[in-house]
Design a protein around this ligand. Structure first.
Ligand code: AP5
Ligand code: MG
Ligand code: ZN
Length: 214
């Protein structure tokens, strides 16, 4: 299966992608995670991306599209993949369409997770992530067992640099203007499924699994 998780920052794409990838046995591709890894390793791509990420803006398409194309061409994606955080502009969506056509494959479904801004801000301000393995926590909903220490790898659990309130507001604004139009784009293609992102993580996961078979 080849699917996209769409939705505003903080709606739970990463959380749901992890659960869904395990269930569907396909890899998750998160351009946000890939950029953060590049920043962490201090690569040239990371240095260029960090400039935009720290302001809550989108990394330009010319850097993002190539990164994605290289990733979906890898062997482990042959049976399917789940895209988390890509595409985010109409240009990226059109580029993806071209890539898939060239590979003679098609998208199966686009799941849009909807959540209101107030809830998003609460989720992002209390989000923490492992600096080493990227595992995501929430101070209230899913804290690490030991304070500041990752359950999985013992790494340091920190706040993402773009989860400060000002940057979060800018990310929401950028989402509204540049990414939200993709909802209509995929709806017109008959690929879109709407999912309510409120409620617990398992509840949202059940809703997603339901729309995948409907
Ligand atoms: P990216 O990493 O994709 O960030 P984002 O879209 O802003 O989304 P988030 O990761 O913030 O939220 P999420 O939806 O994954 O929510 P999560 O599951 O963590 O991108 C970062 C940056 O990279 C961008 O701003 C941009 O600069 C750049 N970039 C990336 N892709 C790009 C592209 N294609 N083009 C251009 N630039 C790109 O959940 C949030 C919190 O809520 C967590 O703490 C979680 O534990 C908690 N939570 C989740 N679900 C629930 C629930 N049901 N109940 C309670 N708490 C919950
Ligand atoms: Mg994420
Ligand atoms: Zn970790």
């Amino acid at each position: 299966m080849r699917l996209i998780l769409l939705g505003p920052p903080g709606c739970g794409k990463g959380t749901q992608a992890a659960l869904l990838a395990e269930y569907l046995k396909i890899p998750t591709i998160s351009t946000g995670e890939m950029f953060r890894a590049a920043v962490h390793h201090g690569t040239e791509l990371g240095q260029r991306a960090a400039e935009f990420m720290n302001r809550g803006e989108l990394v330009p398409d010319e850097l993002t599209v190539g990164l994605l194309e290289e990733r979906i061409s890898q062997k482990d994606c042959a049976q399917g993949f789940l895209l988390d955080g890509f595409p985010r502009t109409l240009g990226q969506a059109e580029a993806l369409k071209g890539m898939l056509q060239d590979m003679s494959i098609a998208l199966d479904v686009v799941v849009d997770i909807a959540l209101e801004d107030e809830v998003i801000i609460g989720r992002l301000c209390d989000r923490r992530v492992c600096a080493d393995c990227g595992k995501t926590y929430h101070l209230v909903a899913s804290p690490p067992k030991g304070e500041g220490v990752c359950d999985e790898c013992g790494g340091k659990v920190i706040q993402r640099s773009d989860d400060r309130p000002d940057t979060v507001r800018n990310r929401l604004e950028v989402y509204r203007t540049q990414t939200e139009p993709l909802i209509g784009y995929y709806r017109r293609q008959g690929l879109l499924k709407d999912v309510d992102g409120h409620g617990g993580m398992d509840e949202v996961q059940s809703r997603i699994r339901e729309v995948l078979v409907s």
